[in-house]
Design a protein around this ligand. Structure first.
Ligand SMILES: Cc1cc2nc3c(=O)[nH]c(=O)nc-3n(C[C@H](O)[C@H](O)[C@H](O)COP(=O)(O)OP(=O)(O)OC[C@H]3O[C@@H](n4cnc5c(N)ncnc54)[C@H](O)[C@@H]3O)c2cc1C
Length: 383
């Protein structure tokens, strides 16, 4: 494995840096965080850059990047973009919705959805979690009952990222309660304007406040059989694969955030003086910074290795779980360390660091909690 970026990947990173600095970092992120506002305008600009469809083949309107290049692009977004919520919304859209349609959709579904999902005109939502099923996701209650040439879906999804603004829902429902996880769960592509489907309240949260979240309620919503993604009963496998991508893709942006935090910590440690010395000269500070650097390196290598496996079409479930646990915990610790190193300056909203800390807290929860990732890793060890 050679993880030295290619000339194209270096150019991609430079292009994203330029795009983010010129188009996305317009100085409004703090205000939008305070008002919990999503910017459709910035999403549109991301669409023009092809970010919502990075891995989608060009014949379906995407950028056609391999997994590792897409991961490098997301790392660059995390490194340069001031709006962590926007990057999170993009990641949820791409890795847990667009990838499954690209991988498992039939030709008609790909042609119908992928161009709009790639150019920013459509926003997708992954609906798995329900009020009574979080970590135990496959104990879901949402039912899809066969009715003539289609299905009637009833139930509700919660904590759905992009829910209040979504155009397309990738939802999982029970089609055969007796089979459950083993062939009884099916993935459906449901247009937001389907009769009987409502995106209800916007949820207020601690961080990622520029990324909208809500509930989806299905009341005997009728969808044609052509709404099934892949084949009936393949929902658990679909979900597992989309989580492999999400646990690498979204967390690549967190690797970028760790690098940004490290830069802030180093700059502050080199410029702030107390007791007649730069604070970076005190070992309590410099060792904390050194540990951040080690975490960054390990986080990046885990992420690249998992992305490389995705690029090769190899199974990446174990690697994705290890990446997810390590990167999320490294991000939270790095954000805490940076606030501590910057003292009150880091605690102030205008520093932007406290926002990264608030944003980071959810990273050990979404895409499966740290505890669940450790359960998955233990299972791979035969435990
Ligand atoms: C910002 C954010 C965005 C999200 N976006 C989406 C989305 O787009 N779509 C979607 O479907 N969902 C989404 N979710 C929901 C997310 O997937 C769930 O929150 C997550 O799976 C955990 O479920 P829960 O919150 O119900 O916690 P619970 O499952 O109730 O867990 C509570 C605690 O118990 C622990 N626990 C549970 N079972 C075990 C066990 N067997 N062993 C050890 N510990 C255990 C958990 O680790 C956790 O610490 C999002 C969540 C957040 C915070």
């Amino acid at each position: 494995m050679d993880f030295n970026p290619t000339r194209e990947q270096k150019e991609l990173k430079r292009t994203i840096k330029r795009f983010v600095q010129e188009q996305l970092n317009d100085g409004s992120a703090l205000a939008r965080d305070e008002s919990q506002t999503f910017s459709r305008e910035l999403w549109r600009k991301c669409g023009e850059m092809g970010l919502p469809g990075l891995v989608v083949p060009t014949k379906y309107g995407g950028a056609g990047l391999d997994a590792l290049s897409a991961i490098i692009a997301f790392e660059a977004l995390g490194l340069y973009c001031n709006d962590g919520g926007l990057v999170f919304s993009l990641g949820a859209h791409l890795f847990s919705c667009v990838v499954p349609i690209w991988k498992s959709g039939n030709e008609e579904q790909r042609r119908r959805y992928l161009p709009g999902l790639s150019d920013g005109s459509l926003i997708a939502v992954n609906g798995m979690t329900e009020p009574s099923s979080g970590s135990d996701a496959f104990s879901m209650k949402m039912r899809a009952v066969r009715d003539g040439a289609g299905y009637r879906i009833t139930g509700s999804k919660t904590f759905s990222t992009n829910g209040p603004i979504g155009d397309l829902y990738v939802v999982f429902a029970v089609t055969d309660p007796d089979k459950g996880y083993h062939g009884g769960i099916t993935t459906f592509l449901v247009d937001a304007d389907t009769k009987g489907v409502t995106a209800t309240r916007s949820m207020s949260k601690m961080g990622l406040r520029t990324s909208p979240m809500g509930e989806l309620v299905f009341d005997e919503a009728y969808v044609p059989a052509s709404a099934v993604l892949g084949v009936e009963g393949a929902g658990s496998a679909e979900f597992t694969r989309s989580m492999d991508w999400e646990r690498v893709g979204i967390f690549a942006s967190h690797v970028g955030q760790i690098e940004r935090l490290l830069k802030r910590a180093v700059d502050h440690a080199r410029s702030r003086s107390q007791f007649g010395n730069k604070i970076g000269k005190y070992q309590a500070i410099s060792h904390r910074v050194a540990d951040m650097r080690i975490k960054l390196e390990a986080a990046r290598l885990l992420t690249y290795r998992a992305a490389w496996r995705l690029s090769q079409g190899r199974n990446a479930t174990l690697e994705a779980s290890m990446t997810k646990v390590f990167v999320s915990e490294a991000l939270i610790q790095s954000a805490l360390d940076t606030v501590q190193i910057m003292g009150a300056y880091g605690y102030m909203s205008e520093s932007g660091v406290e926002r990264v800390l608030r944003d980071s807290v959810a990273s050990t929860i979404y895409s499966g909690t740290s505890e669940i990732q450790r359960n998955i890793i233990a299972r791979w060890l035969g435990l």
